[in-house]
Design a protein around this ligand. Sequence first.
Ligand code: DGL
Length: 269
Amino acid sequence: MLDNKENAIGVFDSGLGGLTAVKELMRQLPYEKIVYFGDTARVPYGTKSKEAIVRFSMENVLFLIKNKVKMVVIACNTSSSLALPLLKQSFRIPIIGVIEPGVKKAVRVTKNKKIGVIATSATINSEAYAKGIKKLNHSIRVASQACPLFVPLAEEGWFNNDVTFSVAREYLKPIVASRADTVILGCTHYPLLRSVIQKVLGNKVTLVDSAKEVASEVKKLLKETGLENNRRHSPKHLFWVSDQPKHFRKLAKRFLGYDIRNVKRSSDV
Ligand code: DGL
C-alpha cells in the first residue's frame, strides 16, 4: 500500500472544521485525491477527555486505512495534541498532525519572542503547543487561551457580527495583555473568524493558521517518501461522516466556498 502514489491522502477531523485543512491541501496539491472523515456523530472533541479523544482518533485512522489511504493528516488540533504520539506508535502509515507545523511557523515569525495560542480547552490543557514552542526555543514566552465558544460561532456562520466581536474581545484579553506579536489559530474553526480575531488583536499581530502550515508539511513529506502523485488529473475526493451527511454538506460550503456532492455516512465508526 505504501508505494501506491495514486492512493488518497486521508484526512480526519472531529467534524467539518478539518475542511479548512482540506481547502489548503487541494490548493497546494491539486492532483492528490483526498478521503475525508468527519466524526460528526461525536463532535466536539475539544471538551472531551484524553481517553475518549485517543479512542475516537484510533478508530478514525483505522477507518481511513480501510479506505486505502497512503498517509493520514490529523486536521483536528485536539486529536493532534492528545493522540498523535500514540497513533504514530500504533500504525506504520505516515501520520502528520497540525501542531508541529503551526509551532514551527510561529517560532520562525515572532520577533518579540512572545507567542499567543488560542484553541479548544482540551488542546490548551494538553499544553501541546506551549511545549512544542518551548522545545524549539526555550526563551519564548507563551500565552494560552481556550476559546470554546468560537467553534459554535463559526459553525453558525457568525464570522463578523457583534456577538462574535464581544466574545472575541473577552477571550482575547490575556493574549492582548501578553503583547504577543504572533498568535496561533490552534483550532480548525478559528481561520473562519480570522477577520474578527485580527481586528481585536490589531494589525501588527501575525496570525498563524495551522491548517495552511500542515499542507506545506504534507507536500514535503510526500516528496521525501516518494508518495507524491504527479499524474495530472482532477481527483474525485470523497467525504465521509459518522452522522448527518446533509447538514455536513450544507456547512461544508461555508468552509470550502463551494458545494461538495459525494458526502456519505459511515456506520463503521
Ligand atoms: N476540530 C477541533 C479542533 O481543531 C475543534 C472542534 C472540536 O472541538 O471538536 O480542535
